[in-house]
Structure formats: C-alpha cells, structure tokens
Design a protein around this ligand. Structure first.
Ligand code: 4NP
Length: 161
C-alpha cells in the first residue's frame, strides 16, 4: 500500500466548490477506482471563493450525478496558498479560476502546476467548463459529460505507476 505522501495529488478548482470542482473530484475518483488505480492518487477540490464553505454539492449537481450512478459527497472549502505547494497538479474550470489561482503565487514559480481542465478533453472542444449555477438542469448534464471526457484525458496523461 502506497503511503499518502507518495501519491500524486490533484486539486480541482472552481469558484464556489459546490458545482463543477466537486463533480470533477467525484468523476475522477470513480474513473481512478474503475481503473484499479486508487493507490496512485489523492484527489480533492476547492473554490476560489469561500462563500459556500462547508456546503455539500449543489442539489442540482448532486441529482445529475446520482442519475448517472455517481455517489455524491464532499463539503466546500476555499483554496489556500499552501495548496499550490502541497498539490502536484491544480486543474481549473474556467479562465477566471485560472487567473485567480495563479494570483495566489505571485512569484510564478508554481504556475506550471496550474492547468485548465478543458486542455485534457479529448472529444469536447469547449473553451471552459461553463458555470451551471445560474442555468437549468441541462447545464449540469453538459458539465458532467465534459468532466467525464476531461477526466479520462487526465488519467491517460498520468502514466500507471
Ligand atoms: P461552481 O458554481 O463554481 O461550479 O461551484 C458556482 C457556485 C456558486 C456561485 C457561482 C458559481 N455563486 O455565485 O454563489
């Protein structure tokens, strides 16, 4: 069994940490488990805003995930500057998240760890994972399809150890 510290650590980041990034965490963890690669990764999510700190995933996102067979859990927390040191890869959902996370490292030394989620998509050509918060239920389904595509891409880029 691999010790926690030797695992590759991935942090998904959106604005509120109640819609996109917790869903990315849930989807990626399921793909990792299905691939029998649980011991390789430590996966978490956070928000650039602490507005929803402690909240579970948005009920509309939870419903969309559960309909697709995902088990929904998690509680929101804001990203901290130390996360940039502690995680190996920080994956942001849109351009605003990317800029906000980069701003946490004024030196720029850690910027190469911060990547846009859509850069891992193999099928979808979306420029961002759209914020579904103010839209209808269909927006949540689209986000999940996008997340499934990108998470497959992330897992494929990280070689089996
Ligand atoms: P998320 O979605 O960033 O995907 O978690 C949002 C959640 C909450 C708000 C905006 C986006 N909000 O304005 O409260």
């Amino acid at each position: 069994m691999k010790s926690r510290s030797s695992r590759y650590r991935i942090l998904f980041v959106c604005l509120g940490n109640i819609c996109r990034s917790p869903a990315a965490e849930i989807v990626f963890k399921k793909q990792v488990a299905d691939a029998g690669r649980d011991e390789e990764f430590e996966v978490a999510s956070s928000g650039t805003s602490g507005h929803h700190q402690g909240s579970p995933p948005d009920p509309r996102m939870a419903k969309a995930l559960e309909e697709k067979g995902f088990k929904v859990e998690g509680s929101a927390r804001p990203i901290l500057p130390n996360d940039l040191i502690n995680f190996d890869l920080i994956i942001t959902m849109d351009e605003t998240n990317l800029a906000d996370v980069k701003r946490l490292d004024a030196t720029g030394q850690l910027h190469s760890k911060i990547r846009p989620f859509v850069s891992y998509c193999q099928v979808h050509t979306d420029l961002r994972v759209p914020d579904p918060y103010y839209g209808g239920q269909l927006g949540f389904d689209h986000v999940i399809r996008l997340l499934e595509d990108g998470c497959r891409g992330i897992l494929a880029t990280l070689e089996r150890k």
